[in-house]
Design a protein around this ligand. Structure first.
Ligand code: GRG
Length: 291
């Protein structure tokens, strides 16, 4: 069952993340801060996607684990920095106080910087990966999380507060801010698994739609979700005067567009010729998630 599959992968990733970070030689109080946001959980969507993509091609997943950990470290850094007072100024994340609220701002900045940098250390020192594979992974991660990816997405997102965006402009922001990283999870999993270039291309396009689906559902949950389930206050987009899919299109139309993108993602998946259904199951689960 897909729920069991996700849960197993989440546990596997959580254990390895904690183990790797616990091994680091850090002052005790600081280590607590480094572990805090990781321990708070999260869906581990991106590493689960990477592992599932790899497993569509290969049985044993040892090769992909380090890039998957690295990706989650980069994602966690982005959330820690996104929550800072200079950015979204949020008090809760993953059902707990945000890192800068629990500790202090300087600590949150440093932990974010540390997780981002450590991610590249984890990949570059992996004993499972060939040099050429490391270069591919580092190139994908730095491209998607870098200036032409998530960073510009975040810049545009911050600039867009109080502006009325078009659906196209909103799509462009989310493709950079959320989509690029999700696409890199699929591409790295496929590449390491031995996919051919057209398959990687189709999975990349699948990832573009999946990223939009994920974001639209995030916006929908911000309107109709339950704080106890999603782990952060609802209505925060409206409070901050942010353009969202429900705000631009209305809730009903936002749901329809999400479903249209889910169908488009499925078409791209079929084009890849991959028979393993797990990625399609993940699309359904994450596209209809309640947290
Ligand atoms: C600060 C450099 C920098 C970048 C921030 C990803 C990002 C860019 C900000 C996150 C803000 C946000 C709420 C985006 C909406 C979609 C999204 C990425 C939600 C958070 O990801 P989940 O739902 O979180 O996968 P968990 O906690 O499950 O890992």
């Amino acid at each position: 069952m897909i729920e069991q599959y996700i849960e197993n992968k989440q546990m596997y990733i959580n254990n390895l993340l904690m183990e790797r970070l616990n091994q680091l030689n850090l002052p005790q109080g600081f280590k607590e801060a480094v572990l805090y946001s990781i321990e708070a959980g999260g869906k581990r969507l991106r590493p689960v996607l990477m592992l599932a993509t790899y497993e569509a091609f290969q049985e044993k997943n040892d090769k992909v684990i380090e890039p998957a950990l690295a990706l989650e470290m980069i994602h966690t850094y982005s959330l820690i920095h996104d929550d800072l007072p200079a950015m979204d100024d949020d008090d809760f994340r993953r059902g707990k106080e945000t890192l800068h609220r629990k500790f202090d701002e300087a600590t949150a900045i440093l932990v974010g910087d540390g997780l981002l940098t450590q991610a590249f250390h984890v990949v570059s020192t992996s004993s499972m990966l060939e040099a050429e594979e490391k270069i591919y992974i580092i190139q994908q991660l730095s491209q998607s999380a870098g200036l032409e990816g998530m960073i510009t997405g975040q810049h545009l997102d911050l600039k867009a507060e109080d502006l009325q965006l078009t659906e196209r402009e909103l799509n462009d922001i989310h493709q950079l801010k959320t989509g690029a990283i999700i696409r890199s999870a699929l591409k790295i999993g496929a590449y390491l698994g031995g996919a051919n270039p057209p398959q990687i291309e189709s999975l990349d396009e699948f990832g573009q739609y999946l990223g939009l689906v994920f974001q639209i559902q995030d916006d929908i949950l911000d309107v109709e979700g339950d704080m106890a389930v999603i782990g952060k206050p609802v209505g925060s987009d409206e409070e901050r005067n942010k353009s969202t899919y429900p705000q631009i299109l209305g809730l009903e139309e936002a749901v329809k567009i999400k479903e249209r993108y889910m169908d488009a993602a499925k078409t791209k998946y079929k084009e890849s010729g991959i028979e393993q259904p797990i990625l399609l199951d993940l699309l359904d689960i994450f596209g209809n998630r309640q947290s």
